[in-house]
Every structure is written in C-alpha cells, then in structure tokens.
Design a protein around this ligand. Structure first.
Ligand SMILES: Nc1ncnc2c1ncn2[C@@H]1O[C@H](COP(=O)(O)OP(=O)(O)O)[C@@H](O)[C@H]1O
Ligand SMILES: Nc1ncnc2c1ncn2[C@H]1C[C@H](O)[C@@H](COP(=O)(O)O)O1
Length: 222
C-alpha cells in the first residue's frame, strides 16, 4: 500500500469502525485517528439534552475531524479515520429535521463545512460497514456506554436512511468498499481482505467475505 494512503471507515453507531480501524492500522501500518468519545466535551450532555447541545457537539466534532485532516495532509504519511468528516452531516440533518437544531444553527454548520471543505483531503477510499439499525442497537446495548442508553431505534433508522443516501452520493467521487457486517469475520482477517481489495477498487464493491476468507486461508497454507 502506498505510504500516503488515506482511508476512512464509515458506518452507523456501533458498526465496528473503531475495531476495524485498529486492525487496519496493524495490517497497513498507517496511523489511526480515533473519534473522541470519553474525551468528547459535549457528547454526554448531548445525549441528556439534544436540543441544547446538538449544535455545540457538531462544531466540536467538525473541528476535531478537521484537525485530524490537517494532520494527515501535513504529515504526508496518510492515515485511517474511524469516521469520515462527511458523516457528521448525516447526524446534523437528522437532528435538524427532528427540531434539535435551529435554522440558523444548521445553516451555520453547512456554511462552515463548505468553507472548510476547500482545505480537506478526500479519502482514497471509504470502507463502509453495513449494519441494520437493529444490529446497531444490539451492539450499542452490548457495549453499554451509560450515556448511549437513550439512543432509540427510531433515531438509528433515520441515521441509517441518511447513510444509504450518503453512500450512494459519495461513491460517485470516492471509491467505497461496502462490507456486510453479518459476514464480518475476525477484524484482522477483514483488514487483510481490504488491503488486497484496495488495489483493484473502482466503485462500490460488495465483498463476498466467505470467498475472500477462504482464498486468504488457502493462500496462507501454500
Ligand atoms: N466483527 C465484529 N464481530 C463482533 N463484534 C464486533 C465486531 N467488530 C466490533 N465488534 C464489537 O461491537 C461493538 C462496537 O464496536 P466499535 O468498534 O466500538 O464500533 P463503532 O466504532 O462503529 O461504534 C464493540 O463492543 C466491539 O467489540
Ligand atoms: N456528528 C455526530 N452527531 C451526533 N452524535 C455523534 C456524531 N458523531 C458521533 N456521534 C456519537 C455516536 C456515538 O454515541 C459516539 C461514537 O460514535 P461511534 O459510531 O460509536 O464511533 O458519538
């Protein structure tokens, strides 16, 4: 893989982004840039009072992801992000449509993002982890972060629709490797598959993991 490769992992809450990003970091030796959760200054308050904290949380996250982008650009060494800068706009739209953000807040966010987008680097490709809203909720429950206990299936369904729309649009400009979570084996093996697939990647590819895993294990035996 090229040393300056930049890849983003996308997917619903609890899809497995952080786990896969860590594995990909091991396989590719690229630096992994994690999304702040515990250290996030607004996330806990956001889940307690979405109307009050949606806008500050979005600004906080946008700033954070922009900083990661700058580090990737200026280091010249590429990297892996465990959620792309584009995905916050999915959350923003859902929150705005649910009345959690005012018109002026949403407009400010969109304008700020548009200004910043002149200074960001597009990922070389996006790995999208496909999970249903139900699977996402199951994972969130299993992970049992206290602050996430208020997340509803309805919220996840809206986000899931937003993600479908996003993947359809972004794949016209950035190659997307779409992975069905149900077939997701060990993250390290998965990362190995992605590493191999990347070379031939042009548009959305539905990886048949069973076939790929078999191929890799046969290759290992040789
Ligand atoms: N391939 C997988 N199979 C089973 N469980 C997984 C897999 N990948 C991640 N998990 C588990 O699912 C939960 C959410 O994973 P995480 O990487 O934190 O997701 P995200 O970063 O997308 O929110 C964690 O408890 C993690 O251990
Ligand atoms: N842009 C966002 N708006 C609201 N909430 C967000 C946003 N980005 C991330 N989050 C939340 C969702 C989860 O509770 C945590 C971590 O995300 P995860 O998908 O589990 O890595 O942050």
């Amino acid at each position: 893989m090229s040393e300056n490769l930049f890849l983003a992992i996308s997917g619903l809450i609890g899809a497995g982004k952080t786990t896969l990003a860590t594995a990909l970091g091991v396989v590719t030796r690229l630096k992994v840039f994690y999304e702040p959760v515990v250290q996030n200054a607004f996330l806990e308050d956001f889940f307690r009072d979405m109307k009050r904290y949606s806008f500050p949380l979005q600004i906080y996250l946008l700033n954070n992801r922009f900083r990661q982008q700058q580090q990737i650009i200026w280091s010249g060494q590429g990297g892996i992000v465990d959620r792309s800068i584009y995905e916050d706009a999915i959350f923003c739209k859902v929150l705005y449509e649910d009345g959690m953000m005012e018109d002026r807040e949403y407009e400010t966010y969109v304008n700020l993002f548009n200004n910043m987008s002149n200074f960001i680097r597009k990922p070389d490709f996006i790995v999208h982890l496909d999970v249903s809203p139900e699977q996402s909720l199951e994972r969130i429950k299993k992970r049992s972060r206290n602050m996430e206990s208020t997340i509803s299936l309805d919220y996840l369904k809206k986000l899931h629709n937003g993600y479908e729309d996003f993947i359809g649009k972004i794949s016209k400009t950035i190659p997307v490797l779409r992975i069905d979570w149900k077939k997701y084996g060990s993250p390290i093996e998965m990362a190995q598959v992605i590493k191999e697939k990347h070379e031939s990647l042009k548009q959305i590819i539905d990886v048949n993991l069973e076939v790929e895993m078999k191929r890799i294990s046969q290759k290992k035996k040789k």
